[in-house]
Design a protein around this ligand. Structure first.
Ligand code: LLP
Length: 423
């Protein structure tokens, strides 16, 4: 469900035609729909109504401060993985007590910042990290609220590069030593052992791996309580998949209500606060990337449309062979034929290809196209390779819109670089 649809033959973001926005801001640009963000957040949060839950939006999926502020107003917390994301979440008005800090490599400086902010929970991923956090907390005369992220050894069934819960992945503490690390943590003065955390991967479209992982951690909570630990929070991570295929019969991923049912069956008897870290489920279909066709060309019978956005703007196809629907902003006339074409960017890399042999209606230079489901892991993974400016971000809400990150000038792009006088 999203609010990007054709009206009068032109793709709109809510009530605004995208060709108008393209004329105003230039291409490429990301465009987010506030109504879609709000809707996805409430569908997810409402699935757990009546239970003690914290929905900590995974900032890494879409970190623009305007988007975080919008979600903060709905009551969202934040799942952060760096000092920078913590800074953004706080700047957006998300209170410390609704922030969880994940990630395998938190530095001592980041830990200190998070302790100052009074965050809800550190999701600790190794004994070494636990020792460091204990030291930092004691030096500040505070206790750090901690959940250990355990590795349940469950294959999430999603793309290899975004699967995190197998025992040889770098994430989490091995299942076999988890109870021992909890026992060790309980002896540390700077550590308040209060939770268990698990996250098995992203773009998961089958509920079974969630079921296996959540039953394992629920059993672990009971064991830990039997061993005397006061476990008050269970963080079940993110990972719920979203539909990327809007034009064919690919079955949609599970609805949050079905996901909630799995949790009800596996964890609701434990009587603790449940924390979720959804990213893609909220942001994915709330954003698109709009670009313009620069040229068409043919090489030995192979047809290419070259766009003005590249892998630096949307790296998912190059990194994970990810599929994004690509549709023209001007609705194709009914009955118009399609043909197979490669859709590529201008970057000097063969992987700068968004689609191979994609069945597309006719395109010509100057036409606008939109990449759907680009809200999550789109702009945030953008970079300035080939010294291409980061694509701006726009937020639409009904018939109003705002530029929430502008396109940098070339001067701004090189402003942080210095030429020493001995060069
Ligand atoms: N919590 C933790 C600890 C995570 O590592 C992640 C995502 C999430 C929550 C949010 O997962 P989500 O609900 O969005 O699936 N760049 C890749 C995705 C990497 C996901 C990394 N971790 C992509 O473009 O598909």
């Amino acid at each position: 469900m999203h609010h990007f649809e054709y009206r009068d033959g032109v793709l709109h973001a809510e009530d605004i035609p995208l060709d108008r926005l393209a004329g105003e801001i230039g291409t490429p640009f990301y465009c987010y729909s506030a109504a879609t963000l709000r809707r996805h957040y409430s569908v997810f949060a409402d699935a757990f109504k009546g239970q003690d839950t914290l929905v900590a939006f995974s900032v890494k999926s879409l970190s623009n401060v305007a988007v975080l502020s919008l979600l903060a107003k709905l009551g969202a917390g934040a799942d952060v993985v760096s000092g920078g994301e913590l800074f953004r979440a706080l700047r957006a008005g998300i209170p410390g007590e609704k922030i969880v800090f994940s990630g395998v490599g938190k530095t001592r400086a980041e830990m200190a910042d998070a302790l100052k902010a009074g965050i809800c929970q550190f999701n600790v991923e190794s004994e070494a990290e636990l020792i460091a956090l204990d030291e930092v907390a004691r030096s500040m005369n505070v206790r750090a609220p901690v959940a250990l992220r355990v590795n349940p050894d469950v294959a999430a069934g999603s793309h290899d590069k975004i699967s995190t819960g197998r025992k040889t992945d770098k994430f989490g503490i091995s299942w076999s030593i988890a109870a021992d690390v909890y026992a060790r943590a309980a002896t540390m003065e700077g550590i308040d052992v209060s939770g268990v955390d698990v996250h098995i991967g992203s773009q998961i479209t089958d509920l079974a791996p969630f079921g296996s992982a959540f039953s394992k951690v629920a059993a672990l909570v009971s064991t830990l309580r039997d061993q005397g630990h006061d476990i008050r929070r269970l963080d079940l991570g993110g990972g719920l998949g979203v539909p990327y295929h809007h034009q064919d019969a690919t079955p949609p991923p599970p609805h949050p209500l079905d996901y909630a049912k799995v949790i009800h069956e596996t964890a609701s008897h434990l009587d603790l606060q449940l924390i979720f870290e959804p990213g893609r489920m909220i942001a994915g279909n709330a954003g698109i990337l709009v670009a313009r066709v620069t040229y068409l060309k043919e090489n030995e019978g192979r047809h290419f449309a070259i766009l003005d956005c590249g892998m630096n703007d949307l790296i998912r196809p190059a990194l994970y062979d990810a599929w994004h629907d690509i549709i023209p902003v001007t609705e194709p006339a009914e009955g118009v034929g399609t043909s197979l074409i490669d859709i590529v960017g201008p970057v000097c890399e063969s992987t700068d290809r968004f689609a191979r042999n994609r069945d597309m209606p006719p395109l010509k230079p100057g036409d606008l196209v939109a990449f759907l489901t680009a809200g999550a892991y789109g702009a945030v993974q953008g970079n300035e390779y080939n010294t291409r400016p980061l694509a701006p971000e726009l937020l639409v809400d009904g018939d109003r819109h705002a530029i929430i990150r502008r396109r940098p000038t070339y001067d701004e792009m090189i402003a942080r670089e210095d030429v020493p006088d001995w060069v």
